[in-house]
Design a protein around this ligand. Structure first.
Ligand code: TXA
Ligand code: MG
Length: 353
Protein backbone atom coordinates (compact mmCIF):
# COMPACT_ATOMS: atom_id res chain seq x y z
CA UNK A 1 0.00 0.00 0.00
CA UNK A 2 1.16 3.52 -0.84
CA UNK A 3 0.77 5.89 2.13
CA UNK A 4 -0.20 9.38 1.04
CA UNK A 5 1.31 12.11 3.24
CA UNK A 6 -0.57 15.39 2.75
CA UNK A 7 0.12 18.82 4.17
CA UNK A 8 -3.04 20.88 4.42
CA UNK A 9 -2.49 24.13 2.59
CA UNK A 10 -5.23 26.42 1.34
CA UNK A 11 -9.01 26.23 1.70
CA UNK A 12 -9.57 24.74 -1.76
CA UNK A 13 -6.93 21.99 -1.40
CA UNK A 14 -8.08 21.21 2.14
CA UNK A 15 -11.60 20.56 0.91
CA UNK A 16 -10.38 18.07 -1.68
CA UNK A 17 -8.07 16.32 0.81
CA UNK A 18 -10.77 16.02 3.48
CA UNK A 19 -13.17 14.57 0.91
CA UNK A 20 -10.56 12.01 -0.06
CA UNK A 21 -9.95 11.17 3.62
CA UNK A 22 -13.70 10.81 4.14
CA UNK A 23 -13.92 8.35 1.28
CA UNK A 24 -11.07 6.27 2.74
CA UNK A 25 -12.82 6.17 6.13
CA UNK A 26 -16.19 5.31 4.57
CA UNK A 27 -14.57 2.41 2.72
CA UNK A 28 -13.13 1.10 5.98
CA UNK A 29 -9.59 2.40 5.48
CA UNK A 30 -7.14 4.20 7.80
CA UNK A 31 -6.27 7.90 8.01
CA UNK A 32 -3.79 9.31 10.54
CA UNK A 33 -4.44 12.86 11.72
CA UNK A 34 -3.10 15.37 14.26
CA UNK A 35 -4.86 16.06 17.55
CA UNK A 36 -3.75 18.50 20.27
CA UNK A 37 -2.24 15.58 22.25
CA UNK A 38 -0.63 13.15 19.78
CA UNK A 39 -1.34 11.94 16.23
CA UNK A 40 -4.22 9.47 16.00
CA UNK A 41 -4.75 6.55 13.63
CA UNK A 42 -8.36 6.86 12.53
CA UNK A 43 -10.96 4.44 11.24
CA UNK A 44 -14.77 4.30 11.28
CA UNK A 45 -15.43 3.46 14.92
CA UNK A 46 -18.85 1.96 14.26
CA UNK A 47 -17.44 -0.48 11.71
CA UNK A 48 -15.78 -3.48 13.38
CA UNK A 49 -13.85 -4.49 10.27
CA UNK A 50 -12.37 -1.01 9.94
CA UNK A 51 -11.43 -1.03 13.64
CA UNK A 52 -9.77 -4.40 13.15
CA UNK A 53 -7.45 -2.81 10.58
CA UNK A 54 -6.20 -0.40 13.26
CA UNK A 55 -5.14 -3.31 15.46
CA UNK A 56 -3.40 -4.99 12.52
CA UNK A 57 -1.52 -1.84 11.41
CA UNK A 58 -0.30 -1.05 14.94
CA UNK A 59 0.31 -4.63 16.05
CA UNK A 60 -1.99 -3.84 18.99
CA UNK A 61 -3.52 -6.47 21.30
CA UNK A 62 -7.23 -6.76 20.43
CA UNK A 63 -8.46 -6.44 24.05
CA UNK A 64 -7.15 -2.87 24.19
CA UNK A 65 -10.16 -0.62 23.46
CA UNK A 66 -10.16 2.42 21.18
CA UNK A 67 -11.27 6.00 21.83
CA UNK A 68 -14.11 7.40 19.67
CA UNK A 69 -13.44 10.96 18.48
CA UNK A 70 -16.44 13.21 17.95
CA UNK A 71 -17.02 16.86 17.06
CA UNK A 72 -20.36 17.77 18.66
CA UNK A 73 -22.15 17.15 21.92
CA UNK A 74 -25.28 15.57 20.39
CA UNK A 75 -23.21 12.62 19.16
CA UNK A 76 -22.52 11.59 22.77
CA UNK A 77 -26.19 10.60 23.10
CA UNK A 78 -26.02 8.34 20.08
CA UNK A 79 -23.00 6.46 21.43
CA UNK A 80 -23.56 6.32 25.19
CA UNK A 81 -26.35 6.07 27.76
CA UNK A 82 -26.91 6.59 31.47
CA UNK A 83 -24.82 9.76 31.35
CA UNK A 84 -24.65 11.51 34.73
CA UNK A 85 -24.96 15.24 35.41
CA UNK A 86 -21.33 15.25 36.48
CA UNK A 87 -20.28 13.64 33.22
CA UNK A 88 -22.06 16.38 31.25
CA UNK A 89 -20.44 19.08 33.39
CA UNK A 90 -17.01 17.64 32.72
CA UNK A 91 -17.62 17.34 28.98
CA UNK A 92 -19.00 20.87 28.75
CA UNK A 93 -16.02 22.28 30.62
CA UNK A 94 -13.13 20.47 28.95
CA UNK A 95 -14.38 19.69 25.43
CA UNK A 96 -13.11 20.24 22.89
CA UNK A 97 -9.81 19.34 24.55
CA UNK A 98 -7.42 16.71 25.88
CA UNK A 99 -9.88 14.68 27.96
CA UNK A 100 -11.38 11.24 27.29
CA UNK A 101 -14.50 10.12 29.13
CA UNK A 102 -15.59 6.55 29.81
CA UNK A 103 -19.37 6.05 29.60
CA UNK A 104 -21.75 3.11 29.29
CA UNK A 105 -21.94 2.22 25.60
CA UNK A 106 -25.04 1.94 23.45
CA UNK A 107 -25.56 -1.07 21.24
CA UNK A 108 -24.51 0.84 18.11
CA UNK A 109 -20.89 0.81 19.33
CA UNK A 110 -19.38 -2.54 18.34
CA UNK A 111 -17.38 -4.68 20.76
CA UNK A 112 -14.68 -4.65 18.10
CA UNK A 113 -14.08 -1.00 19.07
CA UNK A 114 -14.41 -1.36 22.84
CA UNK A 115 -12.27 -4.47 23.17
CA UNK A 116 -15.31 -6.40 24.37
CA UNK A 117 -16.21 -3.91 27.14
CA UNK A 118 -19.70 -2.52 27.81
CA UNK A 119 -18.22 0.94 28.22
CA UNK A 120 -16.94 3.30 25.56
CA UNK A 121 -14.20 5.94 25.61
CA UNK A 122 -15.19 9.23 23.95
CA UNK A 123 -13.20 12.37 23.29
CA UNK A 124 -13.79 15.64 21.44
CA UNK A 125 -10.39 16.86 20.24
CA UNK A 126 -9.73 20.57 19.80
CA UNK A 127 -7.17 20.38 16.98
CA UNK A 128 -8.69 22.09 13.91
CA UNK A 129 -7.64 19.32 11.50
CA UNK A 130 -9.14 16.60 13.72
CA UNK A 131 -12.33 18.62 14.12
CA UNK A 132 -12.70 19.23 10.40
CA UNK A 133 -12.06 15.61 9.52
CA UNK A 134 -14.75 14.45 11.95
CA UNK A 135 -17.18 17.15 10.80
CA UNK A 136 -16.69 16.57 7.07
CA UNK A 137 -16.77 12.76 7.33
CA UNK A 138 -19.63 12.72 9.89
CA UNK A 139 -17.96 9.62 11.33
CA UNK A 140 -17.23 8.78 14.98
CA UNK A 141 -13.55 8.15 14.39
CA UNK A 142 -11.90 5.42 16.46
CA UNK A 143 -8.29 6.48 16.94
CA UNK A 144 -5.48 5.21 19.09
CA UNK A 145 -2.13 6.94 18.98
CA UNK A 146 -0.67 6.47 15.48
CA UNK A 147 2.47 4.57 16.51
CA UNK A 148 3.47 0.94 16.22
CA UNK A 149 2.49 -0.69 19.52
CA UNK A 150 5.42 -0.39 21.91
CA UNK A 151 6.92 2.78 20.36
CA UNK A 152 6.42 6.32 21.71
CA UNK A 153 3.26 8.07 20.54
CA UNK A 154 3.87 10.25 17.47
CA UNK A 155 4.00 14.02 17.84
CA UNK A 156 4.79 14.75 14.17
CA UNK A 157 3.58 13.33 10.84
CA UNK A 158 7.16 12.12 10.25
CA UNK A 159 6.93 9.92 13.38
CA UNK A 160 3.75 8.39 11.93
CA UNK A 161 5.59 7.78 8.64
CA UNK A 162 8.45 6.05 10.50
CA UNK A 163 6.02 3.56 12.05
CA UNK A 164 3.18 3.13 9.57
CA UNK A 165 4.46 3.92 6.07
CA UNK A 166 2.96 1.38 3.66
CA UNK A 167 0.41 0.18 6.21
CA UNK A 168 -2.21 2.95 6.07
CA UNK A 169 -3.87 4.93 3.29
CA UNK A 170 -3.25 8.52 4.36
CA UNK A 171 -1.56 10.84 6.87
CA UNK A 172 -2.80 14.40 7.34
CA UNK A 173 0.24 16.49 8.28
CA UNK A 174 -0.67 19.24 10.71
CA UNK A 175 2.87 19.88 11.96
CA UNK A 176 4.10 19.26 15.48
CA UNK A 177 1.34 18.76 18.06
CA UNK A 178 1.07 20.91 21.19
CA UNK A 179 0.63 18.84 24.33
CA UNK A 180 2.62 15.82 23.19
CA UNK A 181 1.29 13.23 25.65
CA UNK A 182 -2.03 11.40 25.48
CA UNK A 183 -5.32 12.71 26.88
CA UNK A 184 -6.44 12.29 30.47
CA UNK A 185 -8.92 9.40 30.75
CA UNK A 186 -11.63 9.69 33.39
CA UNK A 187 -14.17 6.97 34.11
CA UNK A 188 -17.52 8.72 34.66
CA UNK A 189 -19.53 5.49 35.05
CA UNK A 190 -18.48 5.29 38.71
CA UNK A 191 -20.09 7.01 41.69
CA UNK A 192 -16.65 8.42 42.48
CA UNK A 193 -15.11 9.31 39.10
CA UNK A 194 -11.66 7.83 38.55
CA UNK A 195 -8.69 8.95 36.48
CA UNK A 196 -7.42 5.93 34.55
CA UNK A 197 -4.63 7.77 32.72
CA UNK A 198 -3.12 11.11 33.83
CA UNK A 199 -2.86 13.90 31.26
CA UNK A 200 -3.16 17.63 30.75
CA UNK A 201 -6.55 17.79 32.51
CA UNK A 202 -5.65 17.12 36.14
CA UNK A 203 -7.42 15.81 39.24
CA UNK A 204 -7.82 19.29 40.84
CA UNK A 205 -9.22 20.65 37.56
CA UNK A 206 -11.85 17.87 37.48
CA UNK A 207 -12.65 18.21 41.19
CA UNK A 208 -13.24 21.91 40.81
CA UNK A 209 -15.87 21.29 38.15
CA UNK A 210 -17.85 18.50 39.80
CA UNK A 211 -17.29 19.62 43.37
CA UNK A 212 -16.37 16.20 44.68
CA UNK A 213 -13.43 13.89 45.02
CA UNK A 214 -11.95 12.26 41.95
CA UNK A 215 -9.96 9.07 42.50
CA UNK A 216 -6.82 8.04 40.65
CA UNK A 217 -6.48 4.42 39.59
CA UNK A 218 -3.86 3.23 42.12
CA UNK A 219 -2.37 0.93 39.50
CA UNK A 220 -0.99 3.86 37.50
CA UNK A 221 0.91 5.57 40.28
CA UNK A 222 3.75 3.18 40.93
CA UNK A 223 5.60 0.23 39.59
CA UNK A 224 4.43 -1.76 42.60
CA UNK A 225 0.90 -0.84 41.67
CA UNK A 226 1.45 -1.93 38.09
CA UNK A 227 2.53 -5.34 39.24
CA UNK A 228 0.07 -5.85 42.03
CA UNK A 229 -3.18 -4.41 40.72
CA UNK A 230 -4.68 -4.58 37.27
CA UNK A 231 -5.07 -1.09 35.77
CA UNK A 232 -8.64 -0.25 34.76
CA UNK A 233 -7.67 1.12 31.35
CA UNK A 234 -6.57 -2.06 29.58
CA UNK A 235 -3.90 -0.18 27.62
CA UNK A 236 -2.12 0.91 30.80
CA UNK A 237 -1.18 -2.66 31.66
CA UNK A 238 1.04 -3.25 28.66
CA UNK A 239 4.72 -2.76 29.07
CA UNK A 240 5.08 0.61 27.54
CA UNK A 241 7.64 2.02 25.32
CA UNK A 242 11.20 1.52 26.43
CA UNK A 243 13.93 3.26 24.47
CA UNK A 244 16.69 1.09 22.97
CA UNK A 245 19.11 2.77 25.36
CA UNK A 246 18.98 2.09 29.09
CA UNK A 247 17.11 5.11 30.55
CA UNK A 248 17.52 6.26 34.17
CA UNK A 249 15.90 9.27 35.81
CA UNK A 250 18.01 11.22 38.27
CA UNK A 251 16.06 13.21 40.86
CA UNK A 252 16.90 15.30 43.90
CA UNK A 253 15.99 18.40 45.86
CA UNK A 254 18.93 20.35 44.54
CA UNK A 255 19.37 20.73 40.80
CA UNK A 256 23.15 21.22 41.13
CA UNK A 257 23.46 17.81 42.76
CA UNK A 258 21.38 16.20 40.03
CA UNK A 259 23.53 17.74 37.31
CA UNK A 260 26.71 16.73 39.12
CA UNK A 261 25.46 13.14 39.43
CA UNK A 262 24.48 12.96 35.77
CA UNK A 263 27.86 14.34 34.67
CA UNK A 264 29.53 11.70 36.83
CA UNK A 265 27.45 8.81 35.45
CA UNK A 266 27.94 10.01 31.88
CA UNK A 267 31.70 10.18 32.29
CA UNK A 268 31.81 6.62 33.67
CA UNK A 269 29.83 5.20 30.77
CA UNK A 270 31.85 7.09 28.17
CA UNK A 271 35.04 5.69 29.68
CA UNK A 272 33.56 2.23 29.28
CA UNK A 273 33.08 3.00 25.60
CA UNK A 274 29.33 3.59 25.47
CA UNK A 275 27.31 6.22 23.62
CA UNK A 276 25.53 8.29 26.24
CA UNK A 277 22.61 10.72 26.00
CA UNK A 278 21.31 13.32 28.45
CA UNK A 279 17.77 14.65 28.72
CA UNK A 280 18.34 18.18 30.00
CA UNK A 281 16.19 21.30 30.08
CA UNK A 282 16.68 24.78 28.59
CA UNK A 283 17.71 25.95 32.05
CA UNK A 284 20.41 23.30 32.57
CA UNK A 285 21.67 22.24 29.14
CA UNK A 286 24.86 24.32 29.31
CA UNK A 287 25.99 22.61 32.50
CA UNK A 288 26.56 19.18 30.97
CA UNK A 289 30.04 18.44 29.83
CA UNK A 290 30.01 15.24 27.78
CA UNK A 291 27.67 12.98 25.85
CA UNK A 292 24.81 13.84 23.50
CA UNK A 293 22.87 16.52 25.37
CA UNK A 294 19.33 17.47 24.30
CA UNK A 295 16.84 19.81 25.93
CA UNK A 296 13.36 18.39 26.40
CA UNK A 297 11.92 21.87 26.99
CA UNK A 298 11.81 24.61 29.59
CA UNK A 299 11.02 24.07 33.26
CA UNK A 300 9.12 27.35 33.16
CA UNK A 301 6.65 25.82 30.69
CA UNK A 302 5.47 22.26 31.45
CA UNK A 303 3.78 21.90 28.05
CA UNK A 304 7.14 22.43 26.35
CA UNK A 305 8.40 19.43 28.35
CA UNK A 306 5.45 17.15 27.56
CA UNK A 307 5.70 18.33 23.95
CA UNK A 308 9.35 17.31 23.71
CA UNK A 309 9.20 14.00 25.58
CA UNK A 310 8.32 11.45 22.91
CA UNK A 311 10.37 13.04 20.14
CA UNK A 312 13.52 13.19 22.27
CA UNK A 313 13.15 9.46 23.03
CA UNK A 314 12.74 8.72 19.32
CA UNK A 315 15.85 10.80 18.54
CA UNK A 316 17.98 8.86 21.02
CA UNK A 317 16.74 5.63 19.42
CA UNK A 318 17.71 6.90 15.96
CA UNK A 319 21.19 7.76 17.25
CA UNK A 320 21.59 4.32 18.87
CA UNK A 321 22.47 5.73 22.28
CA UNK A 322 23.32 3.01 24.86
CA UNK A 323 22.61 4.87 28.12
CA UNK A 324 20.30 7.84 28.69
CA UNK A 325 20.15 9.96 31.85
CA UNK A 326 17.20 12.26 32.37
CA UNK A 327 16.53 14.96 34.90
CA UNK A 328 13.34 14.31 36.89
CA UNK A 329 10.30 16.57 37.13
CA UNK A 330 7.83 17.65 39.81
CA UNK A 331 5.11 15.03 40.24
CA UNK A 332 2.28 17.42 41.03
CA UNK A 333 -0.75 17.82 38.75
CA UNK A 334 0.33 17.89 35.10
CA UNK A 335 3.85 16.93 36.18
CA UNK A 336 2.41 13.62 37.31
CA UNK A 337 1.33 12.86 33.74
CA UNK A 338 4.79 13.73 32.41
CA UNK A 339 6.57 11.62 35.03
CA UNK A 340 4.09 8.74 34.45
CA UNK A 341 5.27 8.50 30.81
CA UNK A 342 8.94 9.08 31.61
CA UNK A 343 8.95 6.51 34.43
CA UNK A 344 7.34 3.91 32.18
CA UNK A 345 9.98 4.55 29.52
CA UNK A 346 12.66 4.12 32.19
CA UNK A 347 11.16 0.89 33.51
CA UNK A 348 10.86 2.86 36.80
CA UNK A 349 14.62 3.24 37.26
CA UNK A 350 15.15 6.29 39.48
CA UNK A 351 18.40 7.46 41.01
CA UNK A 352 17.87 9.77 43.99
CA UNK A 353 20.62 12.19 45.02
O1 TXA B 1 -4.75 11.67 23.40
C1 TXA B 1 -5.28 10.59 23.11
O2 TXA B 1 -6.14 10.08 23.83
C2 TXA B 1 -4.86 9.91 21.82
C3 TXA B 1 -5.36 10.77 20.64
C4 TXA B 1 -5.10 10.14 19.30
O3 TXA B 1 -6.73 11.04 20.82
N1 TXA B 1 -5.34 8.59 21.74
C5 TXA B 1 -4.85 7.57 22.52
O4 TXA B 1 -5.40 6.34 22.26
O5 TXA B 1 -4.00 7.74 23.35
P1 TXA B 1 -4.72 4.99 22.74
O6 TXA B 1 -5.51 3.94 22.05
O7 TXA B 1 -3.27 5.01 22.49
O8 TXA B 1 -5.05 4.91 24.25
C6 TXA B 1 -6.39 4.68 24.67
C7 TXA B 1 -6.41 4.24 26.11
C8 TXA B 1 -5.92 2.83 26.31
O9 TXA B 1 -5.13 2.77 27.47
C9 TXA B 1 -7.22 2.06 26.48
O10 TXA B 1 -7.03 0.89 27.22
C10 TXA B 1 -8.10 3.07 27.19
O11 TXA B 1 -7.77 4.26 26.54
N2 TXA B 1 -9.54 2.81 27.00
C11 TXA B 1 -10.25 2.90 25.86
N3 TXA B 1 -11.54 2.54 26.05
C12 TXA B 1 -11.66 2.22 27.36
C13 TXA B 1 -12.74 1.78 28.19
N4 TXA B 1 -13.95 1.58 27.69
N5 TXA B 1 -12.48 1.55 29.49
C14 TXA B 1 -11.24 1.76 30.01
N6 TXA B 1 -10.18 2.18 29.28
C15 TXA B 1 -10.38 2.41 27.97
MG1 MG C 1 -1.26 4.63 22.55
Amino acid sequence: MQTKLVVLENQEQKKTVLQEATQILQEGGLVAFPTETVYGLGADGLNSEAAAKIYAAKGRPSDNPLILHIADFETVNTLAEGISEDAWKVMETFWPGPLTIILKKKEIVPYGTTGGLDTVAIRMPSHPVARELIRVSKIAIAAPSANTSGRPSPTTAQHVMQDLDGKIEMILDGGKVGIGIESTIVDMTREEPMILRPGYVTKPMLEEVIGKKVAIDPAILSKEGMEGIRPKAPGMKYKHYAPKGDLSIVTGEQMEKVIEKINELVEEKIKEGYKVGIIATDETIKQYKNGTVKSIGSRADEVSISGGLYSILREFDDEEIDFIYSEGFEQDDFGQAIMNRLLKAAGYTMIKV
